[in-house]
Design a protein around this ligand. Structure first.
Ligand code: FUC
Length: 793
């Protein structure tokens, strides 16, 4: 290992060299999804836009445009008569815990499971067809906008496009000699969805506009040039209102039978906003002045022109999106419509540009569904058209919501992580009650399913419902937000208190087994297998939260006494074990089935997103993890494949990671529910379980980033899992822990340059293909290294 003296000169020259890398120009055209036909199906074809508060799906039919939209807080359950189910808690359930533990100790696993499944489950109130889980609730669609332009003759030159470099959707076609253009975008600073219709007919054409909703307790009125829909949800009385401002150069506006007629217009612009009286405040979750909020939004809009709004939107969006550029040398195939490209890809065509598009699409979806002040992205981001959506379109905390946020830090979108951290913070109040009611412990927990109404209890059936590890897993996000940013104030004021309380639960919940190790009893490995005295995911998560809290106390220089307790407990945790076929054990009991293809690979938490298993400190466990992963196979649901990309990246096997990535990008048409091996993408590039779930997109984006850069071991690992399929390329703007930004260029499979810039003074180890160099980084001064890790500036 050699130590490099930081050089101050020639940075500029090297920078110019770096940025002028010839692949750059390809990117512009590559960041588009485009099609030659309108979408027929919401899930598989329509195109999503979102400003984090609201989402919309655009279909693009010529005769009648359909825009289905959502507002993030419109949920059934949780209010009115359902408020009593908030939290889902069961008072004094913990009285049964000693008995469950006793049965387990006596080896009576069946009885233990029966008792746990009866007494330690959370409470909802049955199910119905309208909204699914009553009491728990479900995410609801808000409404639909339909726009019918006057239509004569046959359309030609039809295109439907989503440009993710600017977050703009367009539809263009000609008809009867008239050119039509529609533009759609979702503006976050102004909290508005904007839809613009233009035609070049000399005298303009007529447009008929309709705003509808499936929610019956609502009315729609025209007030001046605003179409206002207001009312409440039948299910729980949640109040809702949307306002659509109509701006046109056309003639008359008439409103009749729920339809708005605009005559002789060359331009119609619709500005849509929506809100509810939901408020993320335990225990009532209500009280937002939604009408005042909408009025304020609309009044502010009136002060801005369309051009100002679109510029504001593009500036706001690109400030985040354009931090990362990822370019792979390849033939330009952007002229081929995306659905056709996916077909060719499924047939084996090589299309690295499609892969970088898919990587960036994850970032697009994250920016569109999660911004400061919003709720976190749910299972479908903010997009849902059903009153009884799959899994309530909720926040699942035994992998799904966490995976949605995996790309947030490494792909330089730290701000998008904030809604998750705020949401986690708000779950502490109900989560404390769950910890008390079910386990009589300190601290806070969540289990498998979380909703906006503080549901933190175990689910209502086991194994899937039992997962108190959710909160400590959230703790890893809270910690990583600090690790990537280096923001000590955040850690002190917000992050550490959340983490500490999550660790407290584990200090109290873990019990000693017959060998004196601390185990998690009872426990279940997420969603499969029987009850256990030590599901390893729990142990690994406890290890993780203990380790990160210990590190946090060191950074903050406080809480030494607590840290000592954690150090002691950590040393007593049941050690990870290698089982009878060389596998990493999923449970304390050596019962893993080598033929088990289950989608959850929870016992590899320590490999990713955790860092307990790595090639330097735990090579044998790393091998065992590989054995387990090979046995699980390369299929799965969309998110399961996403997880496997990250695993193989951490196992430093770029080609296998790439294989999984390709597998996850297989074109799928099925939109029902497939729990096994149907994962892939739809033509709109949304990842599918099936059905559509956002986690698969995000797992892929994060996995691709992990193939190129890793920093969990404390060292910055450059191109740790570069696949042969990406011989020449460049990625700029990725983040490493420590507030470090990394740009990489490689040619013919070999690193040619790396540029590293830190937000603070520090010394860091950098590794590439077995060589390690220690570099001294000065705040905001870039260091440029060549393939031998020698400085170029
Ligand atoms: C987890 C998974 C399922 C599904 C659901 C939303 O529980 O096991 O596959 O993704 O979340």
């Amino acid at each position: 290992m050699n130590t490099i003296k930081y050089g101050y000169f020639s940075t500029l020259i090297a920078l110019v060299l770096f940025t002028s890398f010839h692949l750059h120009s390809q990117e512009e055209t590559a960041l588009k999804l485009w099609y030659q036909e309108p979408a027929k199906k919401w899930m598989t074809e329509a195109l999503p836009i979102g400003n984090a508060y609201m989402g919309a799906m655009i279909f693009g039919a010529v005769e009648e445009e359909h825009i289905q939209f959502n507002e993030e807080t419109l949920w059934a359950g949780g209010k009115g008569e359902w408020e009593q189910y908030n939290g889902g808690n069961r008072e004094n359930a913990h009285k049964h815990l000693p008995e469950v533990r006793r049965l387990l100790q006596e080896g009576k696993y069946n009885e233990a499971h029966q008792l746990a499944n009866k007494e330690l489950t959370g409470i909802i109130k049955g199910t119905n067809e309208q909204t699914g889980w009553i009491g728990y609730g479900s995410y609801q669609p808000f409404g639909d906008v339909f726009v019918r332009p006057e239509h004569k003759g046959q359309p030609s030159n039809y295109t439907r496009t989503l440009d993710i470099s600017k977050a703009l959707a367009t539809v263009q076609y000609s008809e009867n000699g008239i050119a039509h253009k529609r533009t759609y975008f979702a503006n976050y600073p102004s909290r508005t969805l904007v839809f613009k219709y233009e035609n070049n007919s000399p005298e303009g054409i007529d447009y008929v506009i309709k705003k509808t909703t499936v929610h019956k307790n609502t009315t729609t009125v025209l007030q001046g040039n605003q179409l206002i829909m207001s009312g409440s949800l039948e299910n729980n009385g949640m109040k809702m209102e949307s306002r659509m401002l109509i701006d046109t150069d056309g003639g008359k506006l008439t409103f009749k039978d729920g339809e708005l007629l605009i005559t002789a217009a060359k331009e119609v612009i619709l500005y849509l906003t929506a809100a509810t009286d939901y408020k993320n405040e335990y225990p009532h979750y209500t009280g937002r002045d939604y009408k005042a909020l909408n009025k304020k939004t609309i009044n502010a809009l009136k002060q801005k022109s369309y051009n100002q709004l679109i510029s504001e939107h593009i500036a706001d969006y690109t400030r985040l999106f354009s931090r990362v550029h990822f370019i792979l040398e390849s033939a330009d195939q952007a002229h081929i419509p995306t659905d056709k490209r996916l077909q060719a890809y499924a047939a084996g065509n090589e299309d690295p540009q499609l892969e970088t598009l898919y990587f960036q699409y994850g970032r697009y979806l994250l920016i569109s569904s999660s911004r400061p002040g919003s709720m976190p992205a749910n299972l479908q981001g903010k997009w849902n058209n059903m009153t009884n959506p799959p899994w309530a379109s909720d926040y699942h905390a035994n992998i799904n919501i966490q995976m949605i946020y995996w790309p947030a830090e490494i792909t330089n979108l730290s701000e998008t992580h904030e809604p998750l951290i705020d949401y986690i913070d708000k779950l502490r109040a109900p989560g404390r009650k769950s910890a008390k009611d079910f386990f009589n412990t300190r601290g806070w927990i969540v289990n498998t399913m979380n909703n906006p109404f503080g549901f933190t209890a175990p689910g209502w059936d086991f194994p899937w419902g039992f997962f108190p590890g959710g909160a400590a897993w959230y703790g890893r996000h809270v910690w990583d937000h600090y690790k990537f940013s280096g923001d000590v104030d955040y850690l002190r004021e917000k992050g550490y208190p959340i983490m500490k309380e999550a660790a407290l639960f584990w200090l109290d919940y873990l019990t000693k087994d017959e060998e004196g190790y601390l185990v998690s009893s009872p426990s279940y490995s997420p969603e499969h297998g029987g009850i256990s005295t030590g599901a390893y995911m729990d142990i690994q998560i406890a290890w993780d939260i203990f380790s990160n809290c210990i590190s946090a106390t060191e950074v903050l220089g406080e809480d030494k006494e607590f840290s000592e307790k954690l150090i002691k407990a950590k040393a007593q945790l049941l050690p990870l074990r290698i089982g009878n076929w060389g596998q990493l054990q999923e449970w304390k009991e050596d019962v893993d089935d080598p033929n088990n293809k289950h989608r959850h690979v929870s016992h590899l938490y320590a490999l990713y997103p955790g860092d307990q298993i790595n090639s330097i400190q735990t090579p044998k466990l790393l091998d065992a993890a590989r054995v387990s992963l090979n046995a699980r196979g390369d299929d799965g649901t969309g998110w399961s494949i996403g997880w496997k990309i990250n695993f193989w990246a951490r196992l430093l096997d770029g080609d296998r990671a790439y294989k999984l990535m390709r597998r996850g990008m297989q074109l799928v048409h099925e939109d029902g529910v497939n729990m096994m091996d149907g994962g892939g993408v739809y033509t709109n590039l949304l990842s599918t379980h099936p059905p559509f779930q956002l986690d698969g997109n995000m797992g892929a984006s994060s996995g691709m980033a992990e193939m190129l850069l890793q920093s969990h071991s404390g060292e910055i690992q450059l191109l740790p899992a570069l696949p042969k399929a990406w011989p020449t390329g460049k990625i700029t703007g990725l983040k490493a822990r420590g507030g470090i930004q990394v740009d990489l260029v490689w040619k013919n499979g070999t690193l040619s340059q790396v540029r590293i810039q830190s937000a603070q003074d520090q010394t860091k180890k950098v590794t590439y293909q077995g060589q390690t160099t220690e570099i001294r980084l000065k705040k905001n001064k870039a260091v440029i290294l060549n393939q031998y890790l020698n400085p170029m500036n």
